[in-house]
Write a protein that binds this ligand. Structure first.
Ligand code: CA
Length: 361
């Protein structure tokens, strides 16, 4: 209503008349069709859905002129090759988790989440206002990619175990499906990390080929049914405090877009980023209640495991920084930001949340 009355008043001065006669945003814009390769299957509706939010919004804002068609993981390229597909121009854009590409350079992990790193809100703060986006864009430029934050799951759960893990000693020889840097840290603690694709985890856990697996959180984990064969559900997933998904755009294609389409993409990506976290935050608590009704046993990771894991994580970062200049550059800035964030988040928010939970009505 306020906007209408503003326009009415402005009309008297001729301002609105000029605005009305100007062409609608994209009426004269070119028709552009892109393909987006997602790393994710449609069954992960919350994560896969972020690319659909982007696609729908970009089309709406541009009056249907800028169309982005979303393809699930495996339809154009395998889910773990989305970065390569955008880099080499197979597709114009993608949606992925940058830590899938730590084999190319461990610095990719900062774009997503690193063990004992930033939570979802802290990661957004770092990316949008803490210098993270500038650092990551410089890094991604080497791959001819412009990156955009594109959703977050929030702090993940610590996985499903067939048997209880009571102390660090119980990790020795334990076969756990846990990819990436989390897997490297688990290996340093004596476990045997495995990389297994989503659809193959359940049978491996059922047969006892693996003793434990991590996945995401209650909403996604319940769908895969791990609770049927491993009742012990641990928290927190210290290797994924706030994993951020990313949209990748080919820098060549980005440069060709009209400014208005770039703005539409940027706004739609930011919307997708906010909505994914909100959806998880709305759905995870209900799924947790449902899992507990099915007899799932919740356990906090023993403190000796958390302490040893954090020590190994930072030892790994220092070792990597000593030999990888790209990692060192990002890590140095990231670490300063992280320290300040913990000083803040542990104060008002954590105190209030803990009080409200301990004294719940
Ligand atoms: Ca995970």
């Amino acid at each position: 209503m306020e906007r209408r009355s503003f326009l009415k008043k402005a009309g008297a001065t001729g301002l609105a008349a000029a605005a009305v006669s100007a062409p609608a945003l994209a009426a004269d814009g070119p028709t552009i069709r892109w393909r987006l390769a997602s790393s994710f299957p449609k069954s992960l509706d919350t994560i896969y859905g972020a690319a659909e939010v982007l696609s729908k919004r970009v089309a709406e804002i541009t009056g249907g002129k800028f169309q982005i068609r979303v393809f699930a993981g495996g339809e154009i390229v395998p889910g773990t090759q989305v970065l390569d597909a955008v880099q080499n121009g197979t597709v114009e854009c993608g949606h992925s988790a940058s830590y899938y590409y730590v084999g190319k350079n461990k610095a990719f992990a900062f774009d997503t989440s690193i063990p004992f790193g930033l939570t979802s809100r802290q990661q957004n703060a770092w990316m949008y206002y803490g210098g993270g986006m500038k650092l990551m864009r410089e890094f991604f430029a080497q791959y001819n990619i412009v990156n955009f934050p594109g959703g977050n799951t929030g702090t993940q759960m610590g996985g499903w175990f067939r048997n209880e893990v009571k102390s660090l000693a119980d990790l020795k020889g334990l076969k756990m499906r846990i990819p990436g840097l989390g897997g490297e840290i688990m290996a340093r603690l004596g476990a045997v990390p495995q990389t297994i694709a989503g659809g193959d985890i359940y049978p491996a856990l059922e047969k006892g080929t693996i003793d434990a697996t991590e996945w995401v959180g209650p909403y996604d984990d319940e769908k895969l049914g791990f609770y049927k064969v491993a009742k012990h559900y641990y928290y927190p997933g210290f290797w994924e405090p706030g994993p951020l998904l990313s949209f990748y755009v080919s820098s060549k294609e980005w440069a060709k877009l009209p400014k208005e389409y770039q703005a539409a993409f940027e706004a739609a990506a930011a919307e997708a980023n906010v909505l994914m976290q909100a959806e998880y935050d709305a759905k995870n608590p209900q799924a947790l209640v449902s899992l507990l009704q099915k007899g799932v046993k919740l356990h906090k990771y023993p403190v000796d495991i958390l302490k040893a894991a954090q020590k190994e994580a930072f030892a790994l970062y220092e070792e990597e920084a000593a030999k990888n200049p790209a990692f060192k550059k990002i890590y140095t800035e990231w670490k300063k930001f992280r320290t300040l964030q913990h000083g803040w988040f542990n104060l008002a928010e954590a105190t209030l949340e803990n009080f409200m939970y301990s004294n719940r009505k």
